[in-house]
Ligand binder design. Structure first.
Ligand code: SIN
Length: 518
């Protein structure tokens, strides 16, 4: 089944899809019917509490990247539906924001409970439309739900301040108030968690939201929105429109009723959103691309370093913004680490995420695969060597062999830009100073990882790294309780944690004057 040049549409895809289904004993769409609550399979957008088709009747296919099967045809919406979603969010803002914090908190808690009680269904949808292994998808559902639970609690802790006054007859107060209508634009790599990480604090603070999920993964978003309705979150507080990315995005940007854009995705799109927000001076949170260094020092515990870098590199088949993009290995441990790491990579099972024991699913689409190939060709043409993998997987479709490259340097394309695929480039280095220099020699600054047994070094290097997140002897560090976000061109603002809610709040200074006794 050599599928070295599979086209995304057309005969090649159908042929490979049939072969793959035979190989995995799966029928088209059969998997979707495995949902325990079939009503969670929604194909319409959610506007003002109503499920609606696109106004021109257009639909888009949602396909399974592991098989090519069409999972559903969903409404392909654009500007007009988005305008109506904005109006409905705007109209429901005054009632939602006036609820007490504890009332909003209860709605969010109900939503959390429903997400958890439907976690198998949500995980199935994630695996089907995004491709990640079912176990990893279940992990995403818990991770995603935790943002709702955390912000349900934080809703009650939006404290203001009383500032000691400079004049005896004045009282100076600071109130925190919701910014208003939020446009949340979310990516395909975490179809649930990137929505809950934004919508949780938005709703908790009293904002209302229009979500635009990726056109590759709307089914999870729509199922989550349905659970929000079941949880009693009032019509209009949460709206979902999907389809034409530029039509929806431009409408969100141009509307003066939308007061904030929160986005996770590429740096290129983030810059466009930033420019597009200027005209109406919107508040912005941008979680953009990374170029994460993972630095393995000579003094590292090799088992911890292999396990940690494997996790940091191959989560979601390398398709996360915090995935290790460059594994910097000190010369003294290079051979030992490369051998142990390649052995661990070789043991990973590639396949349809619904099958048992799979840890690496397909890439999201053909373009992702072509990018991986381009980066590998560039690296090998400039002196890198393939230690393992380095080609499309014999399963066809968008499966790629987990790959380890040796002798990479920081000038190669693979070290300059996010590969967003299952390729681990190893870059040898000599000294701690060299490692810090190489790690910081990029415009990105999201996540970095270091492996060392030296406590002074772990402090020194963590402080020197120009990154928003640093994992020390850990490859998986994301959690709802800690701030997530980048520096430099990796973005603006923080998500999750007690800081995450500030992104959805405005400070209002109130000066009460003439406070003299009558
Ligand atoms: C991302 O890739 O954008 C998010 C990763 C995470 O939350 O850990």
């Amino acid at each position: 089944m050599a599928m070295h040049r599979v086209a995304l549409h057309g005969r090649h895809l159908l042929a490979s899809s049939r072969l793959l289904r035979r190989h995995m004993s799966m029928e088209p769409q059969a998997a979707v019917t495995r949902l325990k609550e079939s009503g969670l399979l929604k194909t319409q957008g959610l506007v003002g509490g109503k499920w609606i088709d696109s106004y021109d009747g257009k639909t888009i296919e949602v396909t399974n990247p592991a098989t090519g099967d069409v999972l559903a045809n969903v409404a392909c919406m654009s500007g007009q539906e988005t305008s109506d979603a904005i109006s409905s969010a705007y109209n429901s803002f005054s009632s939602w924001s006036k609820l007490t914090a504890s009332e909003r908190s209860k709605f969010l808690r109900n939503w959390y409970d429903l997400i958890i009680s439907h976690k198998e269904d949500l995980a199935l949808l994630i695996t089907l439309e995004q491709g990640k292994p079912l176990k990893e998808a279940l992990g995403e559902v818990t991770y995603g739900a935790n943002f709702i639970e955390f912000f349900a609690e934080e809703a009650k802790r939006i404290y203001g301040d009383i500032i000691p006054s400079t004049l005896a007859d004045r009282r100076l107060l600071v109130l925190k108030q919701p910014v208003g209508v939020v446009g949340a634009i979310t990516p395909w790599n975490f179809p649930l968690a990137m929505i809950t990480r934004k919508v949780g604090p938005a709703l908790a603070s009293g904002c209302t939201v229009v979500v635009k999920p990726s056109e590759y993964t709307p089914l999870t978003a729509l199922a989550a929105a349905d659970l929000a309705l079941q949880a009693g979150i009032p019509p209009g507080a949460l709206n979902v429109v999907m389809g034409n990315a530029s039509g929806i995005g431009d409408t969100l940007l141009q509307s003066s009723q939308v007061r904030k854009i929160t986005f996770t995705g590429s740096t290129a799109v983030g810059k466009k959103l930033m420019a597009g927000s200027a005209n109406t001076v919107k508040k912005l949170s941008l979680e953009l691309g990374g170029n994460a260094p993972c630095i393995v020092f000579d003094d590292a515990d090799i088992d911890v370093a292999v396990k940690g870098s494997l996790a940091a590199k191959f989560r979601n088949s390398g398709q996360t913004c915090v995935c290790a993009n460059r594994i910097l290995v000190q010369e003294g441990i290079y051979e030992k680490f490369a051998n142990a790491f390649a052995k661990a990579v070789q043991n990973m099972q590639v396949g349809n995420g619904l099958a048992e024991g799979i840890s690496q699913g397909p890439l999201i689409n053909e373009a992702a695969l072509t990018k991986v190939e381009k980066f590998i060709n560039d690296a090998t043409s400039k002196g890198a060597n393939i230690i393992l993998g380095g080609k499309r997987h014999s399963l066809g479709m968008t499966f790629y062999e987990p790959t380890v490259l040796g002798n990479v340097n920081n000038k190669m394309l693979i070290a300059r830009e996010e590969v967003f695929g299952p390729v681990a480039p190893l870059l040898p280095f000599k000294t701690e100073e060299d490692a810090i220099h190489i790690a910081n020699d990029t415009n990105a600054g999201l996540a970095a990882y270091i492996f060392t047994t030296s406590i002074p070094r772990s402090w020194r290097v963590s402080e020197a790294l120009e990154y928003g997140l640093v994992g020390v002897n850990e490859g998986l560090i994301s959690t709802e309780v800690a701030p997530f976000g980048g520096v430099k061109q990796s973005g603006l603002g923080r998500e999750g944690s007690k800081y995450g809610i500030d992104e959805f709040l405005e400070l209002k200074y109130v000066c009460m004057g003439n406070m003299k006794e009558a």
